[in-house]
Design a protein around this ligand. Structure first.
Ligand code: HEM
Length: 420
């Protein structure tokens, strides 16, 4: 008998029971999980409740809950693999006295738990095995902040580019959204699975790391729009059109062999950017499109008709003005230097308004690039200098992480690159 789960890796009752017996042998979760396993086993085999049978028949086909993305490989998933519609970005501070031994154990545990959860399998010591059976393209992407290397006593392994971004004049950073020694980026199509994964990960590494900040984000429910549709941000713009293409543009996104052991790793820049939707409401449609250089209707450049048409920055209006304004976001964000490109993967946030405010919305802006200092920084500096979008957007958080190269089954993330 199988639980509703990943069809390629069905979570059989036998494997759940086996996990239970292993965990049952440990002091920590044996009792709790043992009870869960027993109840699960009874519920599914002997006493199915009417609610279970009608609401969630064990063999019912899932629309996409059973879909998985690979965990093992030369590169981690969750960067260029298809983006899950939901995001939980978890940043942690690690213990001051972490050391090499602590770092090794932390990364080993993280690999063990995320390699299972992403495949719809029950990790050891998971007390809610039913919560892992719909991975829904769950990915976990793991990266290290600058201070991790100091605290793990492995500064010699830190990539040369790993440091905080300089302060830009548009920044109004709040410490609660800055920095972090370790990041676990969970993305997928099911909030419930992500919430469980978040708790499971946080609990599993609590011995060495404590949450620093969590940023939740969304792109829209899966199935609400045709697959492959570029998301809209909360200003109503089509956001994510002009991105490097994984494969031909891999050198933009991934560290190459010249970065030694970091080859197949990347950098993750996280910027929390607040939107002032109240003042944006006062802007008419023509001005809104002028700010971006693209239409609101389908995200086409103002010089084209389709979303993916190439913008023509030289085109002039009948009275001689550039059709795409030189101060527009896409003009300022398009560098003449082909090296200054980034791979964007942004999510919306829409939190509860602060007292007296009407909204608390913006972007969890995430970008990946082989070198944040020579690719992201010049671009951000140019936008900080001039970009009409700045009138309505304010960066309030900033962090940079080194995303570890992937690993093979039997290894753990960071094992080779950090020499742990
Ligand atoms: C709340 C803040 C932001 C919003 C709402 C926003 C929105 C957009 C939109 C709607 C587009 C056009 C469609 C597309 O190609 O995706 C775009 C393009 C772009 N944005 Fe942003 N963006 C924001 C911040 C940033 C930041 C911080 C950076 C980098 C430092 C950035 C870099 C880019 C780049 C490189 C492009 C593509 C330009 C091109 O070559 O056509 N954006 N952005």
């Amino acid at each position: 008998m199988t639980l509703p789960g990943n069809q390629d890796n069905p979570v059989s009752r036998r494997s759940v029971l086996k996990a239970g017996s292993i965990v049952g042998g440990t002091v920590v979760a044996g009792g709790a999980l043992g009870g869960v396993i027993a109840a699960l086993s009874r519920g599914l085999t002997e006493h199915p409740s009417p609610a279970n049978v009608t609401a969630a028949p064990a063999e019912a086909p899932l629309a996409f809950g059973s879909e998985t993305l690979p965990f093992y490989g030369a590169r981690q998933s969750g960067v260029t693999t298809v983006a899950g519609t939901q995001l939980a970005l978890l940043a942690f501070d690690v213990d001051e006295g972490l050391g090499r031994d602590g770092a090794r154990r932390l990364l080993r545990v993280l690999t063990e738990i995320t390699s299972k959860l992403t495949q719809g399998q029950v990790p050891l010591a998971d007390t809610e095995p039913e919560m892992v059976t719909s991975p829904a393209r769950l990915t976990a992407t793991i990266g290290l902040g600058e201070r991790f290397f100091t605290r793990a006593s492995i500064v010699e392994n830190k990539p040369a580019w790993l440091r905080q971004l300089p302060a830009y004049r548009i920044d109004q950073l709040q410490d609660r959204w800055n920095g972090g020694d370790l990041v676990v980026s969970l993305s997928g199509d099911d909030d419930l699975t992500i919430a469980h994964a978040r708790r499971a990960v946080t609990r599993a590494i609590a011995r060495w790391a404590r949450p620093r900040w969590v940023q939740r984000g969304f792109q829209g429910a899966r199935g609400a729009r045709p697959d492959g549709t570029t998301m809209r941000n909360l200003m109503g713009q089509v956001d994510g059109t002009a991105n490097p293409t994984p494969g031909p543009d891999d050198q933009v996104i991934w560290c190459g062999p010249e970065q030694g052991v970091w080859a197949n790793g990347t950098s993750m820049v996280v910027r929390r950017i607040a939107m002032n939707l109240e003042t944006w409401d006062e802007v008419d449609r023509v001005a809104r499109e002028d700010v971006m250089g693209r239409t609101l209707h389908n995200g086409a450049p103002l010089t084209g008709t389709e979303e993916h048409d190439e913008p023509d920055f030289e085109a002039k209006s009948p009275i001689g003005f550039p059709v795409i304004a030189p101060y527009s976001h896409i003009r300022r964000a398009r560098s003449d230097n082909p090296h200054e490109r980034i791979y964007r993967r942004a999510y919306n946030y829409d939190d509860d308004p602060e007292p007296g405010e009407l909204s608390n919305s913006g972007l969890v802006f995430v970008s990946y690039q082989a070198d944040p200092m020579t690719q992201y920084h010049p671009l951000q500096a140019r936008l900080a200098e001039l970009d009409s979008l700045n009138e309505w957007t304010t960066p309030i958080g900033s962090a940079v992480f080194a995303v570890l190269p992937g690993c093979a089954d039997g290894e753990y993330l960071g094992e080779r690159v950090l020499g742990l």
